[in-house]
Design a protein. Sequence first.
Length: 312
Amino acid sequence: MNGLPICHLNILAGPTGVGKTALAIKLAREWNMEIISADSMQVYRQLSIGTAKPTREESGGIPYHLINCVDIDGHYDLARFIREADECIARVVREGKRPLVVGGTGLYIKGLLEGIFEADSRSDEVREELRRRMKKEGLAPLYEELQRIDSEAAARIKPRDHQRILRALEVFLTTGIPISQLQKKSRNSRPRYPHTLLVLTRNRGELYDRIEARVDEMFSAGLMEEVKGILDAGYSPDLHPLKALGYREMIRALREEWHQERAREEMKKVTRRYAKRQLTWFRGMPQAHWLNITGLSEGEILREIRQIFSPP
């Protein structure tokens, strides 16, 4: 299958705060697995508390791949994720273990299973940043940037067509692949890997309560200090990773635009919205199995997961 390792991928997905990480670590220990993260923010070395990155103690010796891959002033995109995930999966299989993909970034999971296509290359954060740049710099510099990275697309787009210019840049910045190349591809009829995709969910009230408690825990763990340390190290607050939820709110508090309590409440609000968007994304993947774990004990949840996933 395109030179990929022969294995069945088990994928544990779901919205932020649902409880994926702790369950994945227990399952990985039981089934001799190594975990491959599918989280677009945990790849950045400096972002730990605000991304709920598992600590060494939490992982308990279970190898956890594709976290801490790049500094926040570096570039990480969908194409790089797929390439590195493929490499990790191949290595894990060669060593006689099983990969377990865990995360909430639907774009990354979809890309790993289906490859990259233009329709799957949308990013609210990238699009917002491009609009900010257009307002500040004008459209001409963005068009010139498109000419450099994708001259074929630029030749077909008028210099004043801001919608198509922004879209082409969004595709490249999200995936690392020019839109002209993606437009030439046809959708694969088969997934890149045989797989079982399990999406965990909880009743809305319980999920939101967990999200709010998690934000409070991040504050107690030193999220504000983490962000201050990043800025004190000389990183620009305009870097794309620092526009991730949680970090942008902390920056506004550090700038004294907001009181700290307002930043906390805003972070809870945007995280709830993000969880809704994650669930919407996974609903667009018809092969997904869904498991509502509201009211279940950890042992009961693991028993349900074992029944759905491919056994060792």
